[in-house]
Design a protein. Structure first.
Length: 120
């Protein structure tokens, strides 16, 4: 199994990009975890509504607008991911600064594009 990815802002709605991302991560054989507002399942991945102390997270891919990211700042840092991906519409200079202070890499990119071009 490839490195673990946490989808933050996961949606159970099939027309949402976070939903597509979970499906694509699973199809590319990435171990995928998800946190969203509603519990459920997407492509065999349980969407949790509580912040769990996941370990060995390689990537956090964000699907929340900057305002909705604020309550997750400490949580993201506590996971000590190798990188954080800010998908289109989630760019957040305030969180960039916090990540830099904790030596966590980040990029503004589209998870779906990275997966489709084998750059993930």
């Amino acid at each position: 199994m490839k490195k673990k990815t946490l989808v933050l802002g996961a949606s159970l709605k099939p027309n949402r990009y976070s939903h597509y991302a979970i499906q694509r991560l699973v199809s590319h054989k990435f171990e995928t975890l998800a946190i969203g507002l509603r519990s459920g399942e997407v492509s065999g991945v349980t969407v949790d509504t509580t912040l769990k102390g996941f370990e060995d997270i390689d990537t956090v891919t964000i699907y929340l607008n900057p305002k909705n990211q604020v309550p997750y700042y400490d949580y993201i840092v506590s996971l000590k991911p190798e990188r954080v991906i800010f998908n289109p519409g989630t760019e957040n200079p305030e969180l960039y600064k916090i990540l830099r202070e904790h030596h966590i890499e980040f990029e503004t990119a589209c998870t779906l594009v990275l997966l489709s071009t084998n750059q993930y």
